[in-house]
Design a protein around this ligand. Structure first.
Ligand SMILES: [Cu+2]
Length: 245
């Protein structure tokens, strides 16, 4: 009798272990850490092994701009796996991985700064079992998303860059773009800036503060411009010069 009960209990436990009810949730932090000037942006942990059915939650660890985009995944997975842009501390994105194999991802704004990670589901993919995802398409989706978010923003921005790692920021970074709007009262300008290699930024629409003394009356919405960005504080840039092309 006792043995039968035990056997039944064991069977129940085994069934539960194999069911999604026992799927785990893992957390990966999107970190900005300026105490590490050589590599201020990273995912923590950057390598994670989980089992099919487990969920990974990406959490923005501070008020900074990060996201997660899978750039290589098992061939059997057709969808694009990407988070919305995270700008605030606590912004999260969760994804349940069901197809075994190796997933590589990065943070789009910090791609060139080496912010990337790997998730292994079950066991790693063998060579030839993964495919690269169309990164430009994904970047475009994000640019559009950010353009929407940038609307109405008048102060500062969520852009972040490693000041210590970009000495150019001290002297000013030259960039190009076009003006979306000028807010003379706030002394800000919203630009669609072209990719800025020095900062690892993709093309984005954003609002920038403009330094005192810069004449904003010379530019208006629709103008193609060249402008100079200078680092201000830890995670912000101001425009120190702007003129029509
Ligand atoms: Cu990032």
């Amino acid at each position: 009798m006792k043995n039968t009960l035990l056997a039944t209990a064991s069977a129940v436990v085994l069934t539960l272990l194999a069911s999604p009810a026992f799927a785990k949730e893992y957390t990966i932090k999107e970190v900005s850490n300026y105490d590490k000037p050589n590599k201020p942006y990273y995912f923590e942990p950057s390598t994670l092994t989980i089992q099919p059915g487990d969920t990974v939650k990406f959490v923005n660890a501070q008020d900074e701009m990060h996201d997660m985009m899978v750039i290589s995944q098992p061939k059997g997975v057709d969808e694009m796996i990407m988070s919305p842009m995270h700008e605030k501390q606590g912004d999260t994105f969760s994804y349940t991985f069901t197809v075994p194999g190796t997933y590589q991802y990065h943070c789009h704004p910090h791609e060139k700064l080496g912010m990337k990670g790997t998730i292994i589901v079950g066991k790693p993919s063998k060579p030839g079992e993964t495919k690269k995802m169309d990164h430009h398409k994904m970047g475009k989706i994000h640019d559009d998303a950010m353009a929407t978010e940038a609307k109405g923003a008048t102060k500062g921005n969520g852009h972040s860059a490693p000041l210590a790692a970009t000495p150019a920021a001290q002297g000013g970074i030259e960039a190009t773009g076009s003006v979306k709007s000028v807010n003379a009262g706030e002394h800000t300008v919203t630009l669609v800036h072209d990719p800025i290699a020095a900062l690892g930024w993709p093309k984005m629409t954003m609002a920038f503060g403009v330094a005192e003394g810069v004449d904003l009356s010379s530019v208006k919405a629709g103008d193609a411009v060249t402008f100079t960005l200078k680092a201000k504080g830890e995670d912000n840039y101001v425009i120190t010069g702007i003129k029509k092309k």
